[in-house]
Design a protein around this ligand. Structure first.
Ligand SMILES: [Mg+2]
Length: 113
C-alpha cells in the first residue's frame, strides 16, 4: 500500500476516533512493544521465535501510531530534521570515541615499548 493511501486512512482514524483517543492508542501500543521486547529478553529456545513474531506485530502497531502522531501534530518535516540532527550527532560521538580509543591504545602501546 502506498504512503498516500495509508495516510488517508490514518487521517480518517484521527477524524473518526478523535485526538485524545488516538494519543491513548499510541501510548498503549508503545507499552505493548515494551512488553514484547521484555518477553523476548526473557524467552529461550522455541519461545524466542514466538516472541519475535510479537515484536514484529508490535513494531507495526507502533509505526502506525507514530505516523498518526506525526499527522496529528503536523510535524513530519520537523521530526525528519530532528532525526538527521540526532543521527549526525551520534555519528560524531562515535567518531570521537573511536579517536579517543585509538589515542588511548597508542598511549598504552607506547608505554609498553
Ligand atoms: Mg499492539
Amino acid at each position: 500500500m502506498m504512503t498516500e493511501e495509508r495516510d488517508k486512512i490514518f487521517r480518517r482514524c484521527i477524524c473518526t476516533y478523535g485526538t485524545n483517543p488516538q494519543i491513548d492508542v499510541a501510548i498503549e501500543e508503545m507499552s505493548e512493544l515494551i512488553k514484547a521486547l521484555l518477553k523476548w529478553r526473557r524467552a529461550g529456545g522455541a519461545g524466542l521465535t514466538e516472541a519475535r513474531v510479537c515484536i514484529v506485530d508490535e513494531l507495526a502497531d507502533v509505526r502506525i501510531m507514530v505516523r498518526q502522531m506525526e499527522i496529528l501534530f503536523q510535524c513530519e518535516d520537523e521530526v525528519e530534521k530532528r532525526i538527521d540532527y540526532k543521527v549526525r550527532r551520534q555519528e560524531e560521538r562515535m567518531g570521537k570515541s573511536k579517536v579517543i580509543r585509538n589515542v588511548l591504545q597508542e598511549a598504552e602501546h607506547g608505554e609498553k615499548e
